[in-house]
Write a protein that binds this ligand. Structure first.
Ligand code: 5GP
Length: 138
């Protein structure tokens, strides 16, 4: 398996080298908004320690990340009055992964509303407001 490369964008966010809209943080994990949101409230949960994805993550990293995923998913569902939550998680390029630091996507979902296509930048003021909305529900 390819080694972890700490120049990836999420490692830069963890080091504070580039900004993010933070939703939640504890000793082991960080949750922040996706800048190309495919749903209103689309956010990402990452471990604070390095691993590429589920394939090289430790049990402790996965346990910490999943605990935060559950916490934030419930808050996002309440904040957006969502009918459900979609989780996405991709492993390696062939599996659809683009940023090689383990992350889970959290998407609030509403009946009959499709996810938007990937790759389109969101409005930063709107994304900031959504981060505050989920944080307030935590
Ligand atoms: P994946 O690796 O799961 O395919 O997708 C990586 C995700 O990271 C994408 O949804 C993309 O929009 C998001 N992303 C890429 N660059 C940045 C960034 O600089 N900041 C934030 N907050 N999200 C990013």
């Amino acid at each position: 398996m390819t080694a972890y490369d700490d120049t990836n964008i999420f490692a830069q966010i963890l080091r504070g080298e580039i900004p993010c809209f933070k939703v939640y943080e504890d000793d082991d994990t960080l949750c922040f908004m996706d800048i190309m949101p495919r749903t209103d409230g689309h956010c990402l949960v990452i471990p604070k320690t390095p691993c590429r994805n589920v394939l090289d993550a430790s049990d402790a990293q996965l346990a910490a990340v999943m605990s935060t995923v559950r916490k934030v998913a419930n808050a996002a569902k309440a904040a957006f009055d969502a009918d459900g939550i979609t989780l996405q998680q991709f492993n390696e390029t062939a599996g659809g992964q683009e940023v090689f630091h383990l992350h889970f996507h959290i998407h609030p979902r509403h009946e009959g509303v499709s996810m938007r296509p990937p790759g389109k930048m969101g409005d930063t003021d709107v994304i900031k407001g959504y981060a505050e909305r989920i944080s307030a529900a935590l």
